[in-house]
Design a protein around this ligand. Structure first.
Ligand SMILES: N[C@@H](CCC(=O)N[C@@H](CS)C(=O)NCC(=O)O)C(=O)O
Length: 375
């Protein structure tokens, strides 16, 4: 048999869900291994540079760390099967990728860590099995869980902000349910890059941990079905009697999706603007050398920024990674024609996302040797 790709990942890992789904949907055979596997520390980590999952090892032995980089590797080689052809849909797809991987961390963390009666035993099972079978396995499990529990707080979930985090999530879930009642994927009949990014928080945390999974099943069955669908090889669309097989025609961004984005914008915009200001001040002050690491491990960042959502002040880590993914949105815009730009501007302002889509850092972030570094 041909050698397969090996995906270092775990079922409970947010970022793993994005890469795994891409591999499944694109019929790329792979074997999934835990970071507890002997080979991870010994062979993969020295080349992956950071101990994050997902990390992929190709049949040729190349190591690719980071979900966006794994997807880009296959997109570049395969004629971009998950990139819609139109500029407007491309921008929306790239935006969902950022919002999924960076913008929904608060509900993802809240619904995992703040419902221990329902979730804790289930979550602990997974953290335990991502540790190697060494004498200090229990202690390492606790340490890792404490680190991630703490992440919930530093991403902005506190006793004070919980009500607004929940209200926003429920409004978003309802709007997304309306969308998926009409279409099986974000932009029609096949998944785009944005579907994979959005699946990150919606699978491992919000669609799989006991408390939020039940909430999703009971309140938003069409969203729950999308989560299932994104983990199946076929298009899995029995409930749509008019199913097509492509992205929506004429570069259409459906009204139902505009409704979803308007809600997501409520915290994505103020958080992005506050984070950009903080990181730009940091860049002015520190002037990092070209090639210095810009994005470290999850929950490591340069500082916190304050912003207001529905009247509540939220304090959250400002993470440069968000701007690395926003660069892609901005690159699509930069290479669009004048006419396309007008259409993009119009849909972004309809979604209240224009300011966030333009937000940038004073230095670009590049990838070099499996790390995101300052240009
Ligand atoms: N930018 C990375 C982030 C990956 C990431 O932070 N993964 C988490 C698990 S969901 C992780 O490995 N955390 C371990 C750590 O930060 O030590 C990606 O998109 O793949």
């Amino acid at each position: 048999m041909d050698k397969q790709h090996i995906l270092y990942a775990m079922p409970h890992s947010l970022y793993s869900g994005r890469a795994r789904s891409y591999l499944i949907k694109n019929h790329i055979p792979f074997e999934e291994r835990s970071t507890g596997h002997e080979t991870f520390k010994a062979e993969v980590l020295p080349r992956g540079k950071l101990p994050t999952i997902p990390t992929l090892v190709t049949p040729e032995g190349d190591v690719i760390r980071d979900g966006a980089a794994i997807i880009e590797h296959f997109e570049a080689a395969g004629g971009r099967p998950c990139q819609p052809p139109g500029a407007r849909q491309q921008v929306i797809s790239a935006l969902f990728d950022v919002i999924g991987t960076d913008g929904l961390l608060r509900p993802a963390m809240h619904y995992r860590w703040n419902f221990p009666e329902d979730n804790l035993a289930f979550v602990r099972y997974h953290f335990f099995h991502s540790q190697r079978d060494v004498p200090e396995r229990e202690a390492k499990t606790d340490a890792m869980m404490n680190r991630m529990r703490h992440a919930a707080m530093i991403f902005g979930v506190t006793a004070q902000s919980q009500t607004v985090v929940e209200a926003l999530y429920l409004d978003y879930l309802d709007a997304l349910n309306v969308h998926f009642e009409r279409y099986p994927y974000l932009l029609g009949w096949r998944p785009c890059i944005g579907d994979f990014g959005l699946l990150g928080p919606m699978y491992a945390h919000l669609g799989r941990d006991p408390y939020p999974a039940r909430l999703m099943q009971q309140r938003a069955p069409a969203v729950y079905r999308w989560v299932e669908r994104m983990n199946r090889e076929d298009s899995d669309v029995p409930e749509y009697f008019d199913a097509g097989s492509d992205f929506l025609a004429d570069d259409e961004v459906p009204e139902t999706l505009v409704g979803v984005l308007k809600i997501l914008a409520e915290d994505f915009v103020p958080e992005t603007l506050a984070a950009a200001a903080l990181i730009n001040d940091w860049l002015d002050e520190h002037q990092p050398e070209a090639g210095a690491v810009a994005v470290g491990r999850l929950a490591e960042a340069l500082g916190t920024a304050d912003f207001t959502v529905r009247g509540e002040t939220i304090t959250a880590l400002a993470q440069p990674h968000r701007f690395y993914l926003l660069q892609r949105v901005q690159d699509i815009y930069a290479s669009a024609s004048c006419e396309e730009r007008t259409q993009i501007d119009s849909v972004l302002s309809e979604c209240d996302l224009a300011e966030a889509a333009r937000a940038s850092l004073s230095r670009r972030i590049q990838r070099a040797d499996n790390l995101e570094v300052w240009d």
